[in-house]
Design a protein around this ligand. Structure first.
Ligand code: PMV
Length: 316
């Protein structure tokens, strides 16, 4: 029994376009980001339910408050199997930086749920996985759209508009996405609130206009992604960054990295996710160009950069 083990995987996600505007019903595009990933391993043990991750090693009941959504994910998966009190050890290994808009809270819930189901030899449909992860994401984010759960567990880019089903689509783009981490924790909640405050406090029509413009850019971006138009995509990414900056959700660190990427020849660059910290993204046509951008980002202070080829492998 003690030798038995099972693993579950997930990866990061990146919002390509439409962050913030999506809160107001505009479309957004999110991509799976497999350059960072997560593995959960479940093993039999004695002495109760044990957790082993970089933040905490010990019994699950004593997990610190910062891990409350992980705790909820484990409880939810075990309860759904009718196995609330188990002697298992759950180990989590992650290269997804937390609180950078890469979906780490959804990713850990996905990996843990998959590992627990596999350990007990139970089938887990994608639909059921999303339903279970949503319970943990409610603890982490209050009212999650579900976009993080879909993109950290799946392989397709997703077009999403609030209240409508997620629309997976095929990337036909032959280009490279570079991600730069400011090293500063993102401030999604505050940034979302600051836009709501602008609308409340007299800047309603201008703010709503900027939000609509962001939605239009996301629509255009989808078409560019499907028709292999990297230069046009770079252009709308740059326009989106300007709008997000005007809306007050960028930061001096993000602006510095965006400028550095552009100066190094990127086709476009913008912040990604909630902003006020976290990560930015840039686009290059070739691997060589992407490496130049990545080096420029590091020189400008990025604590980490990743490069990923955007073209999706054709599905069988
Ligand atoms: O930073 P992230 O990846 O959690 O993205 C936040 C996206 C927002 O549009 C700013 C907020 C939201 O709830 O959609």
């Amino acid at each position: 029994m003690e030798d038995k083990f099972a693993t579950g995987h997930s990866h990061g996600k990146i919002i390509l376009m439409g962050e913030h505007a999506v809160v107001y019903g505009e479309p957004s595009i999110a991509l799976p980001f497999p350059a960072v990933d997560m593995t959960a391993t479940v093993k039999g043990t004695t002495g109760g339910l044990l957790i082993d991750c970089s933040y905490y090693q010990g019994i699950a009941t004593d997990m610190p408050e910062v891990l409350h959504s992980l705790k909820k994910a484990i409880q939810t998966a075990l309860s759904s199997l009718g196995k609330p009190n188990q002697n298992i050890r759950i180990k989590i290994e992650s290269s997804i930086p937390p609180e950078r808009g890469m979906g780490s809270s959804a990713a850990v819930a996905v990996a843990v749920t998959r590992a627990i189901y596999r350990y007990y030899g139970k089938e887990l449909s994608h639909e059921k996985l999303l339903e279970l992860v949503d319970v943990a994401e409610r603890v982490a984010h209050g009212n999650p759209s579900g976009l993080d759960a879909v993109t950290t567990s799946g392989d397709s880019p997703v077009f999403y508009r609030k209240g409508e089903p997620f629309v997976p689509f095929q990337l036909k783009m032959d280009a490279y996405l570079i991600v730069g981490d400011t090293g500063v924790t993102g401030q999604t909640r505050e940034a979302v609130q600051s836009i709501a405050d602008r609308i409340e406090n007299g800047e309603q029509s201008r703010t709503l206009q900027q939000i609509r413009a962001l939605g239009d850019l996301a629509e255009k971006a989808k078409s560019f992604l499907e028709h292999n138009k990297p230069e046009s995509l770079g252009h709308v990414m740059g326009d989106a960054h300007e709008l997000l900056r005007e809306l007050g959700v960028s930061s001096s660190d993000l602006n510095r990295l965006v400028d550095a990427a552009k100066q190094a020849g990127a086709l476009g660059a913008k912040l990604t996710g909630g902003g006020r910290g976290g990560c930015m993204i840039a686009l290059s046509a070739t691997k060589e160009d992407a490496e130049k951008v990545s080096a420029a980002l590091e020189k400008a202070g990025a604590v980490h950069t990743w490069i990923t080829h955007l073209r999706q492998e054709e599905q069988e």
